[in-house]
Design a protein. Structure first.
Length: 217
C-alpha cells in the first residue's frame, strides 16, 4: 500500500462509471471545479456538494473520483470498497468517503476503517463527509454562482474591496454602488475567490458582514 503514495493516481481513470437509470435513488453527474478547470464525476448530490466545498475551501490542486478498489478481510469474509475521492491539496493529500450520517451501517464502518488504514500507510489524511450545516452549503452555492471568470468593466471591485475594509453588511455594500445588481455579482465573485470573507457560522444573506481577510476583525 505504501507504493500508492508514489503512484500518480490523479492521472488515472475512475474505477467505475457514473451511469444513470430511471430506478436509481441517487443522482450522479459531473461537477465543474474552478481549481482544476475540469469536470469531475460524482455519484450523488452529497458527493457533488463535497466537490463544491473542496473547490471553495480546500486549496485544491486535483481530484480523482473513485480512485482505487480495496480488498480487505473481515470476520464475515473478504470484502471490497471503492473510496469516493482522492483529493490533492497544497497542504496534503486526502482520501475521502461520502456517506450521509443516517445511512451509515456497520459494514460502512468496516470499509471506512480499511480506507483509513490505506491513507495512514500512504501518509495521507482520511475523512468521511457525513453531513453539512444547511446554511453553509447554501452560502457556498450562492458564492459559486459567480465563480467563473468575470470582467469588471464598470470598475466596481475596487470600491467594494475598499468598503469591505470597514466590515459592512453585504446588502449595504451592494446598495452603496451605482449598479446594485452588477455589484451583487461582483461581490459574490470576490467572496468565492477568497478576496473577501464572511462568517459562514451563520446563514448568509444581505445582513451578513463582509470583511477583507487582510484586516483584523
Amino acid at each position: 500500500m505504501r507504493d500508492l503514495a508514489h503512484t500518480p493516481l490523479v492521472d488515472g481513470m475512475p474505477m467505475r462509471c457514473f451511469s444513470w437509470r430511471r430506478t436509481q435513488r441517487q443522482r450522479p453527474g459531473l461537477q465543474f471545479l474552478v481549481n482544476t478547470g475540469r469536470h469531475h464525476g460524482a455519484e450523488s448530490l452529497e458527493e457533488a456538494r463535497l466537490l463544491l466545498i473542496l473547490d471553495f475551501a480546500a486549496d485544491l490542486v486535483d481530484v480523482l473520483s473513485q480512485p482505487m478498489r480495496l480488498r480487505f478481510d473481515t470476520v464475515t469474509g473478504r470484502r471490497g470498497h471503492i473510496p469516493d475521492f482522492l483529493v490533492v491539496t497544497r497542504t496534503g493529500t486526502w482520501l475521502i468517503d461520502v456517506r450521509p450520517r443516517p445511512l451509515i451501517e456497520p459494514e460502512d464502518l468496516e470499509a471506512f476503517a480499511a480506507s483509513a488504514e490505506v491513507a495512514l500507510a500512504c501518509g495521507w489524511h482520511y475523512a468521511v463527509a457525513a453531513g453539512w450545516r444547511d446554511h453553509v452549503v447554501a452560502a457556498v452555492d450562492a458564492f459559486s454562482s459567480q465563480r467563473r471568470p468575470l470582467s469588471d468593466p464598470l470598475g466596481l471591485r475596487p470600491a467594494l474591496m475598499a468598503a469591505a475594509r470597514d466590515g459592512g453588511m453585504f446588502g449595504e455594500l451592494v446598495g452603496a454602488t451605482p449598479f446594485p445588481p452588477l455589484a451583487r455579482a461582483q461581490l459574490l465573485h470576490l467572496l468565492w475567490h477568497r478576496r473577501l470573507g464572511s462568517d459562514l457560522g451563520q446563514p448568509f444573506g444581505d445582513r451578513s458582514v463582509v470583511i477583507s481577510p487582510n484586516e483584523e476583525v
